[in-house]
Ligand binder design. Structure first.
Ligand code: ATP
Length: 336
């Protein structure tokens, strides 16, 4: 049986985690979950929102499924998400965005994969206060990290039958930093003649995304633009409740929804577990459990098609009711 680290987080984290584990159990896939708590709730007892045991657990098991974790603002703690990505060198943030059945949006047939560099840019945390009225943040871009993420995007394109990689920068303004990211992408693109390569400025990209998202295939972005554009893409397909994600490095992979811990609805049985479930489905594919991944996805899609939806998607099902409906369909699929 495979052991996988399960990071439960806080806010709606525990509810959506429990829902997803129930669904995976019902699919018949046996996983030994190494449960690790993190976030605001463990600071009091362990002195940090990301105790070392969590990192050690992922290092041992190689794969983790993670729900949202809140980092308290202004208490001197580094973001748990940023720290986890850094410590495990999870350099690629992968966010596939496509329409789900019976989830009404302004756009049809969106099928975009956002590949975001995860380790540097303004997220390197290099900031200084010059005086009371002036602060600086350093935008750090290196050739090594830029070529590594570009290679990831092109390899992903090859392995997943994608046609085009579009690199997104502001290289006309940030000539050196974004210029280096762009130059690195161009260098790597020349090794993949079978994949089309396109370049776009981030402001134009945002406008094009809301005018005609169907023109895009894979988007390759530095860290900050990647963060912003991937939320925009989540909006194209129906919002944060359904947007899946993964952080992948050479040695480890952590699968997690795009959304945060949504404290406004925590504990109310209102959260949509779909984003977490879609992330778990990708995790199952990643560990070679394609059959169960396929069945769970089918059960999820049938549930949505039957009009059973949580409030964020305009439905009236509670998180627990939506979960039970998926489990009921899994049982029917198992019999057929
Ligand atoms: P963070 O800074 O951690 O990303 P945030 O407050 O900016 O947190 P979220 O926690 O993702 O963002 O929440 C943004 C909004 O989306 C909230 O109104 C929240 O209730 C809603 N939301 C997020 N995730 C879900 C979900 N799974 N189901 C339903 N609503 C959600």
């Amino acid at each position: 049986m495979k052991t996988i680290t399960l990071i439960k987080g806080d806010g709606i984290g525990p509810e959506i985690t429990d829902a997803v584990i129930k669904i995976i159990n019902a699919s018949g896939t046996a996983i030994d979950w190494d449960i690790q708590t993190a976030g605001a709730d463990v600071i009091e007892t362990e002195g940090s929102p990301l105790p070392n045991r969590v990192i050690e657990s992922v290092k041992k098991n190689k794969i983790a499924l993670k729900s949202p974790v809140t980092t308290p603002i202004g208490k001197g703690f580094r973001s748990v998400n940023v720290q986890l990505r850094k410590e495990l060198d999870l350099y690629a943030n992968l966010r596939p965005c496509y329409n789900l059945p019976n989830v009404k949006t302004r756009y049809d047939k969106v099928d975009i994969v956002v590949v975001r560099e995860n380790t540097e840019d303004l997220y390197a945390g290099i900031e200084r206060q010059i005086d009371n009225n002036t602060a600086e943040s350093i935008k750090r871009i290196t050739r090594g990290a830029s070529e590594r993420i570009a290679k990831f995007a092109f390899d992903y394109a090859l392995n997943n039958n994608r046609k085009e990689v579009c690199v997104v920068t502001k290289a006309n303004i940030c000539k050196l930093s974004d210029g280096l990211f762009l130059e690195s992408a161009r260098n790597i693109a020349s090794n993949y003649p079978q994949i089309k390569f396109r370049e776009i400025l981030v402001d134009n990209c945002c406008m094009q995304l809301v005018q005609n998202p169907n023109q895009f295939d894979i988007l390759l972005l530095p860290n900050l633009y990647g963060d912003i554009v991937s939320d925009l893409c989540a909006g194209l397909i129906g919002g944060l409740g359904i947007a899946q994600g993964a952080n992948i490095g050479s040695d480890y992979a952590v699968f997690e929804p795009v959304h945060g811990s949504a404290p406004d609805i925590a504990g109310l049985d209102k959260a949509n577990p779909t984003a977490m479930l879609m992330s778990a489905i990708e995790m199952l594919n990643y560990i070679g459990e394609q059959d169960s991944a396929k069945r769970i996805k089918l059960a999820l899609f049938e549930t949505l098609n039957a009009g059973i939806k949580t409030a964020d998607l305009g439905g009236n099902a509670k998180c627990s009711e939506f979960t039970d409906a998926i489990i009921d369909r899994l049982a029917v699929l198992a019999k057929n």
